[in-house]
Design a protein around this ligand. Structure first.
Ligand code: KIV
Length: 276
């Protein structure tokens, strides 16, 4: 697609309906992001996401999404220790959850993980810039590559990830001109989030774009809907209808044949069995 100059669209999804809706909407790639730890599981960061949780979410998404490429995010701790761990866990995403590819964060030690995964036939998406799993090391959730030296390091890491075998690279919270240069220099597509229009594609977190997450959304997200407010309004209306007796109505109930009803209503009340 990037070769044809077509911008790539990626969105996160975490369950069957969001996978299905993303597919029907014509989204190119779905990321089962470890952002699920925050958006779906209510944690303060992405760090607590576990393999079992990510596998369950990925299985649900792949049941709903048939056409888009589904990328499973490897959670913190599932690839940091060794290449062997990375392969073992990535194989589970492909084999048990139906993922097409996996994503992992950073360069450095992640380079040998990428090579190991690609070596066993698992496509890998890289992730540079603001890498939430190591946000503490980066000094918090803040833009990366804002000095010439740091931008140069990002470019070097991006080239190294491409050489290691990544098929695409997420660039998160990187100044737009830095992301544009990285995108120009790489042969693989870049997918930006908060990194400007010079990337080959864009990704947003589903809950941010739908207005479904009440936590802090980064400035680079754009809300395309206010689904959270819609849901809350619907729930309040449901509660009010039940309390006032406005729900259920006739149309929400089942009828039965008249004669059966009469027979039922005229039948004697069963007595409680008395113990002898
Ligand atoms: O986990 C996630 O949702 C991500 C995106 C922000 C790229 O990694």
């Amino acid at each position: 697609m990037s070769g044809r100059g077509e911008r790539i669209v990626m969105v996160t999804a975490y369950d069957y309906p969001s996978g299905r809706l993303a597919d029907v909407a014509g989204i190119d790639l779905i990321l089962v992001g470890d952002s699920a730890a925050m958006t779906v599981l209510g944690h303060a960061t992405t760090v607590p996401a576990t393999m079992e949780e990510m596998l369950m979410l990925t299985r649900a998404v792949t049941r709903g999404a048939e056409r888009p490429l589904v990328v499973a995010d490897m959670p913190f701790g599932s690839y940091q220790v060794s290449d062997e761990d990375a392969v073992r866990n990535a194989v589970r995403f492909v084999k048990e959850a139906g993922a097409d590819a996996v994503k992992l964060e950073g360069a450095g030690p992640s380079l040998s993980r990428v090579a190991a995964l690609v070596g066993v036939g698992i496509p890998v998406m890289g992730h540079l810039g603001l890498t939430p799993q190591s946000a503490t090391m980066l000094g918090g959730y803040r833009a990366q590559g804002k000095t010439a030296e740091k931008a140069r390091k990002l470019l070097e890491d991006a080239v190294a990830l491409e050489r290691a075998g990544c098929f695409a690279l997420v660039l998160e919270a990187v100044p737009a001109p830095v992301a544009a240069r990285i995108s120009d220099e790489l042969g693989i597509p870049t997918i930006g989030i908060g990194s400007g229009a010079g990337c080959d594609g864009q990704v947003l977190v589903l809950h941010d774009l739908l207005g479904l997450y009440s936590g802090h959304s980064p400035r680079f997200t754009k809300r395309y809907a206010e689904i959270g407010a819609e849901i809350q309004g619907a729930l309040e209306q449901f509660a009010a209808d039940v309390r006032s007796g406005a729900f259920p109505e006739e149309e929400h109930t089942y009828a039965m044949p008249e004669d059966e009803l009469e027979a039922f209503l005229s039948s004697p009340t069963p007595r409680a069995r008395t113990e002898t």
